[in-house]
Design a protein around this ligand. Structure first.
Ligand code: LLP
Length: 429
C-alpha cells in the first residue's frame, strides 16, 4: 500500500504537498481541486467557503482502514468526528466502512444522523453530562471510554437504570508527551484527561466489580499533530504495564503537512509502528483500534477567500472576507498555513500578511506569506483546513459561517449552505 496521491498529475506536488490529492493547475493556469476550477467554485458558491475534495477524503479513510487491516485483522478505525463534525463528511466516512468517536451529545447526534450504527460509536469526554450519558446508552453506543471516577459512577448509574451491561474502556494517561503545542498535548501526567497509571489500576478494579460495566480494554490518546512516532511506542509500553485486555484503543494524533516541505510520517509507517509495537508488547491476539481525526481530513479541504483590501504601511496587509471565524488555529496554536491565488498559483509573490476581517489585531491568518501582486477581488486559498476549521468556526463579528462544498470529477455540490443573517437570530426567543 502507498500513501502517495492516487490521482495526482504531479502538479500538486509542484504547487504544495498540502493540497488535496489530484489538485493541479489547469490550462487556464487556475488551480483545480477535484477537477473543479477554484475560481469558478468561488464564483458559484461565494466566499469564504470550505471546499472538500471527496476523493481525497474517501481515499484517506480507505488507506487507514486497509492499511491497518493488512497488518492486523482484528481491528477498526474510528473517525475522531471532532475534527470535522459535519454530517456529509461523516456520511462519506461511514460509507467507507469506518467507525466513529464522539465526544459530546451533539457529535453523537451527528454520527447517528450520518448513518453510523450505534454499536460502532465510541463515547468519549472528560466531563460527560448525565444527559449525554443517558442519550448515548439509550441509543446503544458500542463503547464508553471512562475518564474519571465521577464519570465511571455516572455511566454505571445510567447503565443500571437502563438495566444494561455497558462495554467500557478505561482511558489511561500514559505520562508520555509528544512534541506539539501545549494546548493539544494530552499524554503528560498533569492533564485533565484519563487516569494516571497509578489510578488506572483502582479504576480497573472498580469497573471489574460493577454488574453494569464490562471492561473490555484500555484507551490512550497522547496528543495531536504529532510528527514523530516514538511517543506512540512509549504510550503502548505504558498500557502494556497495566495488564492484559482484549481491546486496545491507541487514539489519534498523527500529524499532517500544513505547508510544503513538511514531512509527517507516512500513514503506513505510523500504522506499522503501532501494530509492530502492539504485537511485541500487548500480543498478537488483541483487537486494535485507532481514532485519527486530523490525518483523515485536514488535507482534503481548502478554504477559499476573496481579497477585500490591500494596504501598504510598514508591511503589506492583504485582508480577506473571513479569518478567525472560519479558522481559529493560527490564533490559538500559532499554526502556519500557506496561501495561493486561485488564478495564478505558480507566480512568485511579494511578502505580505494575510489578514482576516475581524476587529482585532490577532486576526491574521498567515504572517509573512508570498502573494503575487494581490488585489481586491482575487481569490485566495489556504490548503489543509479540513481538520478543526469548520469544527471551531464561530460567529465573531456576526459573520455567518461558510458553506461546505464537495468537489469530485469536475462537479461541485453544496452539502452545507452558508449561514444567513437570519440564522444569527434563529435562537432568539
Ligand atoms: N481521540 C481523542 C480522544 C482525542 O481527544 C482526539 C483529539 C483524537 C482522537 C483525534 O486526534 P487527531 O488525530 O485529530 O490528532 N483543535 C485542535 C486539535 C484538538 C484535538 C483534540 N482531540 C487543533 O485544531 O489542532
Amino acid at each position: 500500500m502507498t500513501s502517495s496521491p492516487p490521482l495526482t498529475t504531479g502538479a500538486s506536488t509542484e504547487i504544495t504537498t498540502a493540497l488535496p490529492w489530484g489538485s493541479r493547475v489547469n490550462r487556464r493556469g487556475h488551480l483545480e481541486v477535484g477537477g473543479c476550477d477554484l475560481v469558478e467554485v468561488a464564483r458559484e458558491f461565494g466566499t469564504p467557503a470550505y471546499v472538500v475534495a471527496e476523493d481525497d477524503l474517501r481515499g484517506r479513510a480507505r488507506s487507514f482502514l486497509s492499511g491497518l487491516r493488512a497488518r492486523h485483522s482484528d481491528c477498526d478505525v474510528l473517525f475522531a468526528s471532532k475534527a470535522f463534525p459535519c454530517t456529509p463528511v461523516l456520511r462519506a466516512i461511514c460509507q467507507e466502512g469506518l467507525s466513529c468517536d464522539v465526544a459530546s451529545g451533539g457529535e453523537l447526534t451527528l454520527a447517528l444522523a450520518a448513518g453510523f450504527a450505534p454499536e460502532r460509536i465510541f463515547l468519549h469526554g472528560n466531563a460527560k453530562s448525565e444527559a449525554e450519558v443517558q442519550l448515548a446508552l439509550a441509543a446503544g453506543v458500542g463503547h464508553v471510554v471512562l475518564d474519571s471516577l465521577h464519570d465511571m459512577e455516572r455511566v454505571e448509574r445510567t447503565a443500571a437504570s437502563l438495566d444494561l451491561n455497558q462495554n467500557v474502556l478505561v482511558r489511561v494517561n500514559p505520562d508520555v508527551s509528544g512534541d506539539t503545542h501545549a494546548a493539544i498535548s494530552t499524554g503528560q501526567a498533569d492533564s485533565k484527561f484519563g487516569f494516571g497509571s497509578a489510578d488506572a489500576r483502582a479504576a480497573i478494579d472498580a469497573v471489574a466489580s460493577s454488574p453494569h460495566l464490562r471492561l473490555v480494554g484500555l484507551h490512550c490518546h497522547i496528543g495531536s499533530q504529532l510528527l514523530h512516532l516514538d511517543p506512540f511506542r512509549r504510550a503502548v509500553a505504558a498500557l502494556a504495564a497495566l495488564g492484559d485486555y482484549p481491546v486496545y484503543n491507541l487514539g489519534g494524533g498523527l500529524g499532517v503537512a500544513y505547508q510544503r516541505n513538511q514531512e509527517p510520517p507516512a500513514v503506513e509507517d505510523y500504522l506499522a509502528t503501532l501494530v509492530d509495537t502492539a504485537h511485541d508488547l500487548l500480543g498478537r491476539n488483541k483487537r486494535l483500534l485507532i481514532e485519527p481525526g486530523r490525518a483523515l481530513v485536514a488535507n482534503s479541504t481548502v478554504t477559499l477567500y476573496s481579497v477585500e483590501t490591500v494596504k501598504r504601511n510598514v508591511s503589506t496587509w492583504v485582508a480577506v472576507d473571513g479569518g478567525m471565524s472560519d479558522n481559529l488555529r493560527p490564533m490559538l496554536y500559532g499554526s502556519r498555513y500557506e496561501a495561493l491565488l486561485a488564478d495564478r498559483p505558480l507566480q512568485a509573490g511579494e511578502r505580505c500578511h494575510l489578514a482576516g476581517k475581524h476587529c482585532e489585531s490577532g486576526d491574521v491568518i498567515i504572517h509573512d506569506v508570498q502573494l503575487p501582486d494581490p488585489a481586491p477581488g482575487d481569490i485566495v486559498l489556504t490548503p489543509a483546513t479540513g481538520a478543526y476549521g469548520y469544527a471551531m468556526a464561530n460567529n465573531y463579528n456576526g459573520v455567518p459561517r461558510p458553506p461546505v462544498v464537495f468537489v469530485r470529477d469536475g462537479e461541485a455540490r453544496l452539502v452545507v449552505r452558508r449561514e444567513t443573517y437570519a440564522d444569527l437570530m434563529s435562537r432568539d426567543v
